[in-house]
Design a protein around this ligand. Structure first.
Ligand code: THU
Length: 137
């Protein structure tokens, strides 16, 4: 992906983080998901007093996109932290499995601190030997 596109995606993730509903962990996460048609869906983490219903930023973005009919994705940018975004946030196991449902190995995962400072991963790196739709063919 082009540098400007990556930076734009990270900026959208940083904006989405502002909407984080995280009164329990105070850990605010934002994500921006780029569809193959160029559209971007953003998401934040949404916590719950019962804890387990909490939804991660990545899944919020995916579920928004899929519920609007999107099925093909190019990349996701993720930012998170307490007061500041001071470390790289890689997706939790559940979010990796949700990515596996819709993404192949051409999908790029950007764990970012700033639009200029990020690490890039493939799904194969983050979820090797995974179980996916092909197992049920
Ligand atoms: N969280 C995310 O939204 N994405 C991640 O990749 C890691 C964790 C959220 C879930 C919870 O609201 C908070 O961060 C602390 O785990």
């Amino acid at each position: 992906m082009k540098q400007e596109q990556i930076q734009e995606l990270i900026k959208r993730a940083l904006e989405a983080r502002e909407k984080s509903y995280s009164p329990y962990s105070h850990y605010r996460v934002g994500a921006a998901l780029l569809c193959k048609d160029g559209q971007i869906y953003t998401g934040c983490n949404i916590e719950n007093a019962a804890y387990t219903p909490t939804n991660c930023a990545e899944r919020t973005a995916f579920f928004k996109a899929v519920s609007e009919g999107k099925r093909e994705f190019l990349a996701i940018a993720i930012v998170g932290g307490g007061e500041q975004v001071d470390s790289y946030v890689t997706p939790c196991g559940v979010c990796r499995q949700v990515m596996k449902e819709f993404c192949r190995n051409d999908f790029a995962i950007y764990a970012a601190k700033t639009p200029e400072d990020y690490k890039e991963f493939t799904l194969m790196e983050l979820l090797p030997e995974s179980f996916g739709p092909e197992n049920l063919d």
